[in-house]
Design a protein around this ligand. Structure first.
Ligand code: ZN
Length: 247
């Protein structure tokens, strides 16, 4: 509690302060409790002195209040949260207009699974790797089947894995690669043979070992034969070689 003496001296201080602020719009009031500035300053000083005790009192009081009115408070919070969401997402929040179709349910479920997998990917991947080392024969068969089903996708995956391993962060997406094939009319960029599902390959015009990148500008579709013969030549070198040997 403030003592009388403190109160008086405080009043003097504030009076001086207020008088110095002549044009600030303050009207000096001889009754300090009626003057907002004085009242606030007094409260501030009180808090500075007894702050910890005041805070402790409030904390205790709140704890008691919460314990007494817990269910009421919870209900209020729930209501408030729903109202808030309705305000943000519109009137129809929480009211389903129609039943979800089977497809939508499947998609939601799939999305949830994906999220779960992403969150726990490290643990899952460790387990998967362990399984692979435990039964290699089984996985060899599975891998072969997968390759046979969609060779392009499997090759793409191994390319991505290699890019990751060698620290090349970006790699052409499967869509971009397919677009590239269309642009080259499904023909080898070097010999012009038709590219089929079995002989198609992705060629680096400047090979990775000679500082080429995985940028799309450095990539062309080629047949497997050309890609193997080209080996570590650049595209220009290979075309000269190609002409010279009249392949
Ligand atoms: Zn070719």
């Amino acid at each position: 509690m403030l003592r009388r003496l403190e109160f008086v001296s405080l009043r003097r201080v504030f009076r001086a302060e207020l008088e110095s602020k002549e044009d600030s719009g303050h009207i000096y009031c001889s009754m300090p409790y009626k003057d907002k500035a004085v009242r606030n300053a007094r409260a501030r000083q009180k808090r500075a002195i007894h702050g910890d005790a005041i805070r402790e009192y409030h904390r205790l009081y709140q704890r008691k209040y919460r314990a007494k009115h817990l269910s009421k408070l919870r209900a209020y919070q729930r209501e408030w949260a729903i109202a808030q969401r309705r305000k943000i997402r519109g009137e129809n929040f929480g009211k389903r207009k129609r039943k979800k179709t089977d497809r939508e349910i499947r998609q939601t479920r799939l999305a949830r699974k994906r999220r779960y997998h992403y969150r726990h990917r490290e643990r899952i991947n460790v387990g998967k790797r362990q399984k692979r080392t435990d039964n290699p024969e089984k996985f060899r068969g599975i891998d072969r089947l997968r390759y046979w089903l969609d060779p392009e996708k499997r090759r793409h995956q191994s390319r991505v894995a290699r890019a990751k391993r060698t620290g090349q962060s970006c790699y052409i997406s499967l869509e971009d690669w397919k677009a590239l094939l269309v642009r080259f009319d499904f023909r080898c960029a070097y010999c012009g043979t038709e590219i089929t599902k079995r002989n198609r390959s992705l060629d680096h015009r400047v090979p990775l070992v000679r500082g080429g990148t995985n940028d799309i500008s450095n990539l062309v579709p080629s047949c497997l034969r050309c890609n193997q013969q080209k080996h570590s030549m650049t595209a220009e070198e290979f075309l000269i070689y190609f002409e010279a040997n009249s392949l």
